[in-house]
Design a protein around this ligand. Structure first.
Ligand SMILES: Nc1ncnc2c1ncn2[C@@H]1O[C@H](COP(=O)(O)OP(=O)(O)OP(=O)(O)O)[C@@H](O)[C@H]1O
Ligand SMILES: [Mg+2]
Length: 370
């Protein structure tokens, strides 16, 4: 059993930088937790505190059922895989993978056995005699992972291990990492700033911003029930549309009103938002929940717009729009759409899938049922 538990962990660096602010994070045994957030939000700092390379200013870090704050990195049974794999150039793949065991004085046959196992798992058996400079980026990444696997740690920490790979290689390597985790089932914490990597890899995702946890949940929940406007805007391409406005109640219905547009909120929101009557708020709606065709039951939620740009992507076309009141809205359309720039169109919002946030960059989602 190697769950990882961080309780009330804060890290202040010299110069008064709060890199991590009162973090509470529980990673269950065998789980793959992804920590995602923009550059500088504190991701590497969290990994370094778990690895023992950095001391928390306050709070506790536990691995298994043991608090490890005072345990040295070497005795934590945790291995970190970095962005630059730092393979030894003068050693073969076998020697690179064996190195950590050799300096720990493992018997020769045990080393051979472990390297062979890891090489089979990662499908690099035919590379064992090669040197790193003769390998592709993806192959190097596998060797780096292999070097960590042979140590059989309790916990793997991955710090953006795929960020040096090109887009196509990343997709393959991502799938390989996921398959590897499914096989070896070691508790893993994976750090990235890439929302797609987070969605596809994580059993659960921890969204971090400015050293503060915004939400911890499974991928689908982070996407469909974002806790706040930051999380909502972070996931999804193109990003969610945000419209400022006012929540108003008229004739026993709840509306969201912008300068010139009014849309009817669904009944569940009417109940949820009663205490926000006449208050400023932000309506969030994903491009895929807006259509250029009427949506059954949503015909009150039409907005007249002018097309500014149509961006064909092959699999779909992104349509950039400006409403009469000057709001910018993005919708997605079929690749065969005949919508063209300068055209006037009416769009229909499926408010069943919309969210209402309090104003501000991390404004709370006030339209969640639970
Ligand atoms: N040794 C240090 N001394 C002072 N400040 C530091 C130190 N290390 C990191 N920081 C600061 O702490 C904050 C968090 O840094 P961290 O490296 O954890 O971010 P990150 O999320 O890993 O970013 P990136 O995605 O760019 O790798 C940043 O503001 C950074 O400048
Ligand atoms: Mg980092």
């Amino acid at each position: 059993m190697a769950q990882v538990l961080l309780e009330n962990v804060t890290k202040l660096y010299d110069g008064n930088v709060t890199a991590v602010n009162n973090l509470n994070l529980e990673v269950a045994d065998r789980q793959l937790m992804v920590i995602v957030g923009p550059s500088g939000c504190g991701k590497t700092t969290i990994l370094r505190m778990i690895a023992g390379l950095e001391k928390p200013t306050s709070g506790t870090v536990a691995i298994g059922d043991k608090i490890v704050n005072d345990i040295t990195p070497n005795n934590r049974d945790v291995i970190m895989v970095f962005q630059n794999y730092a393979l030894y150039p003068h050693m073969t793949v076998f020697e690179n993978m064996a190195f950590g065991l050799k300096i720990r004085k493992y018997p020769k046959n045990e080393i051979k056995k472990r390297v062979a196992e890891a090489a089979m798992l990662l499908d690099i058996e035919n590379l064992l005699d090669r040197r790193p400079k003769t390998l592709s980026g993806g192959q190097r990444q596998r060797v780096a992972v292999g070097r960590a696997i042979v140590r059989k740690p309790k916990v793997f920490l991955f710090d953006e291990p795929l960020s040096n790979l090109d887009a196509k290689m990343r997709t393959t390597a991502r799938a390989e990492l996921k398959a590897m985790h499914n096989k070896i089932q070691t508790t893993s914490i994976y750090v990235t700033h890439d929302q797609v990597e987070a969605m596809t890899l994580g059993d659960r995702i921890c969204v971090l911003y400015n050293g503060i946890v915004q939400q911890i949940a499974p991928p689908q929940q982070v996407y469909n029930k974002p806790a706040n406007a930051f999380v909502a805007g972070f996931f999804g391409t193109p990003a969610m549309n945000f419209l400022d406005g006012l929540i108003q109640y008229r004739n026993d219905n709840a509306y969201f009103i912008t300068n010139t547009e009014a849309v009817l909120l669904p009944p569940r929101m009417k109940t949820l938002l009663a205490t926000y009557k006449d208050r400023q708020a932000v309506l969030g709606i994903r491009p895929e929940d807006i259509s250029s065709q009427p949506i059954s039951g949503q015909n009150k939620n039409a907005i007249a717009c002018t097309v500014t740009v149509a961006e064909p992507l092959g699999v779909r076309t992104n349509i950039y729009l400006k409403s009469i009141s000057g709001r910018k809205i993005i919708i997605t359309a079929s690749p065969y759409t005949n919508i063209r720039p300068d055209q006037r169109i009416t769009i229909y919002l499926n408010l069943e899938y919309a969210h209402i946030f309090e104003p501000g960059e991390t404004g709370r989602n006030i339209s969640l049922d639970t």
